[in-house]
Each structure stands twice: as C-alpha cells, then as structure tokens.
Design a protein around this ligand. Structure first.
Ligand code: ADP
Length: 304
C-alpha cells in the first residue's frame, strides 16, 4: 500500500482570446473543470499504474469536493481518509488561458490548509499499514513534516516532492528518503543557483549532507538526474509531441513510488517514470492526462 498525503484542487480553466483588464468584463471562449491538486494527481497516477493507494487530505463540504473524491474513487484510490470540512471551500485553481497560451492563475487553498497534525495522528494506522508514504507541499508544512517523521519512525520509505518551491528546515529533510524536486525547487531548498549539471550536483550534495538519501531532479523535456552517495546518472526524456505539461512531475513521482514499491531498482524505476511523464505531456489537463499501466507498458515496448 502507498499512502499519499496532500492537496486536492479543482482546476477551473477559462479559455479566452485575450486577458481582461481590471474592471473589464469580456466573453470567454470555453470553460473546463478538471480535477487536480498535486496530492490527488499523484494518488491518481499511482492507482492508474496499478498499485494500491490511499489518500490523506481535506476537501470542503461542497459539490467540488464530492466531484474530486468521486474522480479518485472511480480510478481506484482509497478515499476513506479524505476529510470533508464544513464552512470552507474545496481547494481551487482559477486559471485563465489566452489565445497565445499565456496564463493567469489564482489558487485558493481552502480545505487543503486545514490538514492538521491531528489528522495525521488520526491516520496513524493508515501510515502503519503502508510501505511507502508520498508527500508534497500544498498542505501546511508542519503537517507534512510531522507526517514524514511519523512515517520514518514506523520504518516506512518516504518520498517528498517539494512543490511548490519552499524553504525547508533541516529536520524536514532528515526524514526524506527520496527527494524529487524540479530545478526551481532544488534551487530554493539548497540555496544554490542551478544553471548546469555541475550546479545540480553541488545542490544535491548540500541536501544529502542534511539526510536525503536519493535525489531525482526532474528537468522537463531534458529528462532527469539521479544522484546518491554512489554517483550521478542522467536519464534523457522521450521525444514526444507535448501538448500540455501539467502533472508531468506528479505522474513521474507516482511512477517512481509504484516501481520502487514493486522492488524495482532506481534505474528501472526512473526509466518507467520517464515513460509515464512523457505520456502525460501528450494529453491535456491534470488527472485527465495520467496514463494507465497497460498504455505505459505498450509505449515502452514500442519505443525500444
Ligand atoms: P514538474 O512538472 O514537476 O516541473 P518536469 O516538468 O520536470 O516536472 O517533468 C517530470 C518528468 O516528466 C521529466 O523528468 C521528464 O521525464 C518528463 N517530461 C516532462 N516534460 C516532458 C516533455 N516535454 N517531453 C518528454 N518528457 C517530459
């Protein structure tokens, strides 16, 4: 069992010819409501890749919360540890995209901000019965820190996706086995500017000195770099027709969790995750773009 602790958001996407100016009302072209949130995306990716997964998180007691929970349940995620909170809205991202593909985004965390240390304590059994715990930073940092510490005390493997980028204190990182940042997040946590592979190595060393055992730095269409005490290995991305990179990182992390939980080596896990990330960018949206296991296996077989 893999447990994901994190956010659930509804992405409310408005497509328009141009952005309105302050005080102006314009007519948009179309509208889409797409389930997202890094935590929910990662849980959904894991379920679609065929692993047993449960999610710990919060939604508001509104229609959007119900839709997000239903979407996860339909894909096979155990939603029994998702709490509905009265008097607060479900997390939303209000996204406006113009015809030149520029976007303006407002995120209202809503219920995601209410995931507390007490909720993690209440979910102790859920963590105890998992092999792997996955977290990100779209819920309160103290809660994530407590969850990682609890998981480590119980001897679980912990994976942290430090997104959105945020500064983390040292005892946060001491409880992370596998850290999966992108380049911006790596800069923020290490305090080192990342311009080339050498900078990635320097920044990684800073984090390994703080207790992180394995680092996988994702670099979009440039692939990723895996670093641990025994060395550095770069993995190129697959060349695909990218239409929307939303949730690439989320699907990649979900895939790493699934493969490592199946006992695969880091090399095998990263090849698998690279295929999953590539397939995700070929489709629009967040959860709508996450590939099923059979599709991934087929893709890997055919590109070899
Ligand atoms: P994030 O969304 O967290 O910034 P990345 O954009 O680095 O994450 O994507 C995660 C992984 O997904 C990459 O390491 C790569 O393997 C794959 N990926 C991302 N963008 C592309 C792309 N345009 N083409 C092929 N693979 C991609």
């Amino acid at each position: 069992m893999i447990t994901v602790i994190g956010s659930l958001n509804m992405d409310l996407v408005t497509y328009t010819g141009r952005m309105p100016v302050v005080g102006e009302t314009i007519m948009g072209r179309s509208f889409k409501q797409i389930p997202g949130g890094k935590g929910a995306n990662q849980a959904d990716a894991i379920a679609k890749l065929g692993a047993e997964v449960r999610m710990i998180g919060c939604v508001g007691s509104d229609v959007m919360g119900n839709i997000l929970m239903e979407a996860l349940k339909n894909d096979g995620v155990d939603i029994t540890q998702i709490k509905k909170i009265e008097g607060v809205s479900t997390g939303i991202a209000s996204i406006t995209v113009d015809s030149a593909a520029n976007n303006c985004i407002i995120v209202v965390s809503g219920a995601n901000n209410m995931l507390s240390i007490q909720d993690i304590q209440a979910a102790y059994d859920a963590i105890q019965t998992s092999e792997v715990v996955v977290a990100q930073l779209e819920v309160p940092l103290d809660t994530v820190k407590f969850a990682l510490k609890t998981a480590k005390q119980l001897g679980k493997l912990t994976i942290l996706n430090p997104a959105p980028a945020s500064e983390l204190d040292d005892d946060f990182l001491a409880n992370v086995d596998i850290l999966v940042p992108n380049d911006t997040e790596l800069e923020m946590i290490s305090g080192i500017q990342v311009k080339n592979e050498n900078d990635v190595k320097k920044a990684a060393q800073v984090l390994m000195n703080k207790g992180v055992k394995e680092l996988i730095v994702t670099l979009g269409s440039k692939g990723c770099i895996h670093i641990n005490e025994s060395g550095v290995k770069a993995y190129p991305a697959y060349k695909v027709n990218a239409v929307d990179t939303t949730a690439a990182g989320d699907s990649f992390i979900g895939a790493v969790a699934v493969a490592i939980n199946e006992g695969k080596s880091f090399e095998e896990a990263i090849y698998f995750a690279t295929a999953v990330g590539a397939l995700t960018v070929t489709k629009e949206g967040a959860q709508s773009s996450l590939p099923l296991r059979a599709v991934v296996e087929n893709f890997i077989k055919n590109v070899k």
